[in-house]
Design a protein around this ligand. Structure first.
Ligand code: ADP
Ligand code: ADP
Length: 769
């Protein structure tokens, strides 16, 4: 790697041709990836070609290879599957097939390929590249191309993107389509839950995953399933009795329904497949429960892509083009992917080898993490078997409700009980705290909480500073030894106030932890907060509907106002996922000249085939340029060219059932927090008393790039803009230009930390304290 700083402006695709194809099984989000590749490719001055029907189209050539235009990828962001077609292609597996494909590419001078597919497709791509120079020689020998053509096309660059709902690709955190598939599964489970509740039924649900139990495991975690069976973890002999015992215990615990999730490829320890019908028969014969089987099938591949998949695919598409521009003969073909929150490049060959060696995914950290959390939360031991720590831990929600808060409370309560603590629930935040609304909460009390939106405990914005004496008194009355506060920016302020009050009130010298939970995603010390993903999905779905309402109506621009306080996360990232033309956020000041150029931009757009516009405005983006003002300005300036409509999204952004990600994020982060609390309690217990007054005993647990980190709240003060209630630095601002590029605006994009190839094994996130 050279030391000179890479500049986005220096990257040019002039004279280059990029072919993009989707291959193998389809996945939601593939279209978003294709759109991003096409637009980014055109943006940097390259020619981009669709290769229809996967490798088959490449082998056959003709109309299958077609030049793409900016408009040709319009309105495909929200469409599931793949618009350019995908296929399984036998011919490409043979040398002859690949020879034909090479010929088709050389004919058009396409020497850059972007392959979106699963491990099979990427294995094929890798082979193709390795053979490339040999294939060219053969083509010359056969007289199909001349020496000059061979010379001009001597280097083939390949970048892969993993599109597969199974999330079965080693080295990547998330593959394109997985999050959407989880959405589909959870929608079905939620629907089944309501009918199962009414009839006291047991449901056996089969989800996709022939070799990989990721979908099964993660959905089991997200819906609190009673039992899960996956190929990576064949159950030991005797599992049948074990499972039935568990089901009947759960019933006895007042649970009216049971859910068993089975991956398609589930096997027992003798390699024998475990079928849903077998499970049903077992439950009926052993327990006599009314049992139904549901096989989800292709529903999981269907529907619109989730917000996360659109963002993932858009980011990866842009990264893929950058990687192609930077590729040389000496750089290996790579896969672009996301690790934690960061775009990374991995050597294609290594990824493919890992897959073919079938490194069981059980070794992947993410998989293991999900598995451990699931185990922790699903098996309830008898009280007599539990350790007794004799510590009391209180849990409360602060600030506005956010989807996933309940999942976090459930997980905290259950993990706390397992660690031997007595768990206390506080109603209505610190207001309830000083009023003494504190009660013990048990394992069964939190059953079914993962899927519930809002805050069941009740939440208030009240800060503790004015009520310190009363709060301290309640801590003494209930002998509270540690606090877990779940909430947004207020929760952060609360923890700071309690930390600062330690000097005057010894009662606050106990371990305290806060988990970020707010739709606005404006808490310092974390890249993401619980609830933001659900809200993004709500925004994106609504934008889809609003956009669709204009079909048939010519030339319309929608101005949509989103929440977030001063934080532009929802507007900016929502805009990227919904395909907005312009986004107004507080973090990026704008003036009348910007507004003017935005209107002109839309006027130009209306001259093309695309005749609708989408403008997102964060509620506090500008005091004077209000949503009404912008609406009126666009209406006036657009007269005769387009008309305008205005929508303020409001509280729909705060409601709804939590997304799979928020359920699991809440669940996992809360489990981690309680384990930390247990450790801190032990460390600070001396002479029959808990005493914790150091900075590192009042922490925020957040997700930072690739790690989960406990950060003392006082240390986060410097990173915070208290006046506007946002962190001083926000990672997602780096994504803001992407939305502009994809909307055809000239802008700059930070490419300085992309480009390094990382070995597959090193990519797994490090364990933080
Ligand atoms: P996925 O990409 O979803 O794993 P497949 O395994 O069916 O799906 O692969 C898709 C296509 O990729 C195949 O139809 C074939 O054309 C190509 N392909 C897969 N494996 C190879 C291989 N080992 N060599 C060459 N081409 C391959
Ligand atoms: P982990 O236990 O590693 O967090 P997951 O399988 O739940 O495992 O997720 C893998 C990674 O993908 C996470 O680190 C997270 O950053 C990212 N991710 C997955 N889904 C989403 C989503 N809907 N929104 C934001 N990030 C997501």
């Amino acid at each position: 790697m050279s030391d000179t700083k890479k500049l986005f402006e220096d990257l040019s695709g002039a004279g280059k041709s990029i072919g993009v194809l989707t291959s193998g099984g389809d996945a939601q989000g593939m279209n978003a990836a294709v759109r991003a590749v096409v637009r980014m490719g055109i943006y940097v001055g390259a020619k981009v070609y669709f290769i229809h029907e996967g490798y088959q189209g490449m082998v056959d050539g003709g109309d299958n290879i077609e030049e793409a235009s900016w408009e040709s990828v319009s309105s495909m962001l929200q469409v599931g599957g793949t618009v350019i077609g995908s296929a399984r292609c036998k011919e490409f597996r043979s040398h002859e097939g690949r020879l034909k494909a090479a010929h088709q590419l050389v004919l058009r001078g396409i020497t850059n390929l972007c392959v979106i597919g699963g491990d099979g497709s990427l294995t094929g791509a890798n082979l193709f590249r390795e053979e490339w120079s040999g294939l060219l020689e053969e083509l010359v020998q056969q007289g199909l191309i001349d020496e000059e053509a061979a010379q001009n096309n001597s280097e083939l660059h390949i970048v892969g993107m993993v599109g597969s709902i199974d999330n079965d690709f080693c080295g990547t955190d998330m593959t394109i389509g997985t999050d959407s598939a989880l959405h589909r599964i959870i929608e079905v489970v939620d629907a089944i839950m309501t009918t199962a509740q009414s009839h006291q039924r047991t449901f056996v649900l089969e989800v996709m995953g022939r070799h990989c139990g990721y979908l099964a495991l993660v959905s089991a975690l997200a819906c609190g399933a009673d039992w899960v069976l996956i190929p990576e973890m064949p159950p030991e002999d005797g599992w049948e009795e074990h499972m039935c015992q568990k089901l009947s215990e759960n019933r006895a615990d007042k649970k009216r329904l049971n859910i068993i999730i089975v991956a398609e490829g589930a096997i027992d320890c003798h390699n024998k497949p475990i079928t849903t019908n077998h499970i049903k028969e077992l439950v009926v014969s052993c327990l006599g429960f009314d049992t139904r089987v549901t096989i989800l099938g292709h529903v999981q591949r269907g529907g619109t892509p989730s917000a996360f998949d659109r963002i993932l695919a858009s980011r990866m598409g842009v990264e893929a083009v950058l990687a192609l521009l930077e590729a040389s003969d000496s750089t290996p073909a790579c896969v672009v992917s996301l690790c934690g929150n960061q775009a990374v490049r991995l050597p294609l060959m290594e990824c493919v080898q890992m897959v073919s060696a079938y490194v069981s995914l059980i070794f992947c950290r993410s998989f293991e993490n999900n598995l451990n959390t699931y185990k922790l939360l699903s098996y309830h031991k008898a009280d007599s078997e539990l350790p007794n720590s004799s510590f009391n831990v209180a849990v409360l929600n602060v600030g506005a409700p956010a989807a996933g808060m309940n999942a976090a409370v459930r997980s905290a309560v259950r993990v706390g009980i397992k660690e031997g603590h007595k768990m206390f629930a506080v109603n209505d935040g610190f207001e309830g705290f000083y009023n003494g609304q504190i009660k013990e909460i048990t394992w069964g009390d939190v059953a079914g909480w993962t899927g519930q939106g809002g805050s069941i405990l009740g939440t208030k914005r009240t800060l503790p500073a004015k009520h310190l004496d009363k709060i301290a008194e309640q801590i003494r009355i209930h002998n509270i030894n540690a606090l877990l506060v779940i909430g947004g920016f207020e929760a952060f302020e609360c923890l700071l106030q309690l930390y600062e009050a330690r000097t005057s009130h010894e009662d606050f010298c106990i371990p305290m932890c806060m988990l970020p939970a707010t739709i606005s995603n404006n808490v310092p010390g974390t890249d993401l907060s619980i609830g933001a993903d659900t809200s993004l999905n709500a925004i994106v779905e609504t934008c889809d509907r609003i956009k669709q309402s204009a079909s048939g109506t010519k030339r319309r621009v929608f101005i949509i106002e989103t929440m977030g306080g001063y934080c532009g996360y929802l507007a900016s990232v929502g805009g990227l996922a919904a395909g907005a033309d312009t986004v107004y956020i507080y973090e990026e000041p704008f003036d009348i000249r910007d507004l003017q150029s935005n209107v002109e931009h839309l006027t130009e757009k209306m001259k093309t085939g695309i005749q609708r516009g989408l403008v997102l405005r964060n509620e506090n983006s500008n005091e004077n340029f209000t949503t009404d003002f912008i609406y009126q300005l666009y209406s006036e300036e657009g007269k005769g060219v387009f008309d305008c409509r205005k929508n303020v999204l409001g509280h729909m952004q705060q409601g709804g059932a939590p997304s799979p990600f928020d359920r699991n994020f809440g669940t996992k982060i809360a489990a981690k927090a309680i384990q930390w609390i247990s450790r801190k309690l032990k460390e600070s217990y001396k002479d029959g008393k808990v005493f914790a007054n150091t900075e590192d005993t009042a922490c925020l647990l957040g997700m930072r790039r690739r790690t989960m980190a406990f950060q003392p709240v006082v240390q986060l003060k410097d990173e915070t803009d208290f006046a506007h209630r946002i962190p001083k630095e926000q990672w997602w601002l780096k994504l803001h230009p992407l939305m502009k590029i994809l909307a055809k605006y000239k802008t700059s994009y930070d490419v300085s930390d992309s480009g390094q190839l990382e070995p597959v094994t090193r990519v797994r996130p490090k364990k933080a304290d």
